[in-house]
Design a protein around this ligand. Sequence first.
Ligand code: SF4
Length: 375
Amino acid sequence: MSSVTIQPQSYDYPAQNAAGITCTAQAWANVPPPLQATEKAAIVSRIKQLLKEKDAALVAHYYVDGDIQDLALETGGYVADSLEMARFGKNHSAKNLIVAGVRFMGETAKILSPEKRVFMPDLDATCSLDLGCDAKDFAKFRALHPDRVVVVYANTSAAVKAQADWMVTSSCALAIVHQLKLDGKKILWAPDRHLGRYIQEQTGADMLLWNGACIVHDEFRAVELELLKASHPHAMVLVHPESPQAVVDLADVVGSTSAMIKAVVDGTATEYIVATDKGILHRMRQLAPNKKLIEAPTAGNSATCKSCAHCPWMAMNGLQGILNCLETSSGEIFVAEPIRLKALTCIERMLDFTKNHPDLLAKAQHGFVKNIGAA
Ligand code: SF4
């Protein structure tokens, strides 16, 4: 019998230096090889057939390959940010969900829809925020601060969510934390330190922050962004709040992926500098074909390494992986029932809040939007 050697997953976050510097070049990812046109057409056709036959819906994040985003939309699935992915998967009638994104998105879908089978093209597709927030370490942190309301970002494992009072995404974090502050709550926040700092600044809430970061957004560089801005003086700068403060401070619009897309579609500028994973440009180009989109810089004199502003784990999603889910039931997500039930509470709390308080979300959105719109 042949033995299989599993390649260990190397990840550099625990080895980051004192300044919190990490490097996407050291993140491990098994990216599928590119497909020939005929091969791709055959796989797409087979996926379309099997999605129907197996009563399955394809849900994709804005950061995955454009072909997968197109396929999701063509087959009645969905392309969205993590908040809307979660809501769509929960409300859809399909018996099976194929989630093209990263691990926590598949887990969230399963937690919300235990009656559905949830599959992912590659179960090793994870997230530096998730990897950087171990459930046992987080439990110790939480135990030190029992007086605080625990708010965790969606980019965490089910085992961390099971310890939280609230789950939030970048679309609703500001509104929810603002409300908690009005209710007199002190907050324990995990895991993204940049998003946590930004929310703290915007809301004035008392927040203790876990020291996690997204290895993609952490690489955007303010010095190079300033130079780029100078050469495109009329461009509007859009920044995701997982980016470092110096980059956020240069933004015209700070917001979630959905908010950034809306800013491009609705904006009057003709040029936009975009500081988030470049996978989002595919949808932006489709929705605003006449706008010029410029990728924000991650390399240059002030950069610690060269990165491509593309998440190595999102890149692990491929058409062949989707076909494998449908043909062989590979990549199924399971969440232990005691963990699922505990994690469900904080996710449902978020979904209820966003459903019942569209006014607060809209108001908070103006907090994400600097220099345009109502203040
Ligand atoms: S882009 Fe960053 S936050 Fe998003 S999945 Fe990749 S590592 Fe995680």
